[in-house]
Design a binder for this molecule. Structure first.
Ligand code: SF4
Ligand code: SF4
Length: 108
C-alpha cells in the first residue's frame, strides 16, 4: 500500500497527481490521500513529492515507531479516500501552495 503522510499538510503543489496513472489521489482541505483500492502501486508519485510525504507501508514500517506511523496513516488514507473527491489535475500555482511548502521547495 502506498500512503500520504503528515508531511503533505497544506502543500497543494500536487506534483504527485501529475504522474499517477490511476487517478488514485483524493483531495482534502489541507492534504491529499491515496485510495488504496485504485492505486496500482507503481510508486511513480514517491520521488515526485517535494517534501517526502509519500511512502510505501513497507518502507515506513522499518521499526516499531515506523510501524505505528504506517498503520496510522494507512488507516487515514483508507478512511478519507472514501470521503474526499478525486483530484486529477495538477495545481501548480503560487496561490495553491502554503508558505511552508514553498519554502521547503526553495530549500531543496
Ligand atoms: S506532492 Fe507531496 S506534499 Fe504535494 S500534494 Fe502531493 S503528496 Fe502532498
Ligand atoms: S503509487 Fe502509482 S498508482 Fe499509486 S498513487 Fe502513486 S502514482 Fe498513483
Amino acid at each position: 500500500m502506498v500512503i500520504v503522510t503528515e508531511n503533505c499538510g497544506k502543500c497543494k503543489y500536487t506534483d504527485c497527481v501529475d504522474v499517477c496513472p490511476a487517478d488514485a489521489f483524493r483531495e482534502g482541505k489541507t492534504m491529499l490521500v491515496i485510495n488504496p483500492d485504485e492505486c496500482v502501486r507503481c510508486t511513480a508519485c514517491i520521488p515526485e513529492c517535494p517534501v517526502g510525504a509519500i511512502f510505501t507501508v513497507g518502507e515506513l514500517a522499518s521499526d516499531n515507531a515506523g510501524k505505528q506511523r504506517a498503520e496510522k496513516w494507512a488507516a487515514i488514507n483508507r478512511k478519507f479516500s472514501a470521503l474526499w473527491p478525486t483530484i486529477t489535475k495538477i495545481k501548480k500555482t503560487e496561490q495553491s501552495q502554503s508558505d511552508s511548502c514553498k519554502s521547503t521547495r526553495k530549500a531543496q
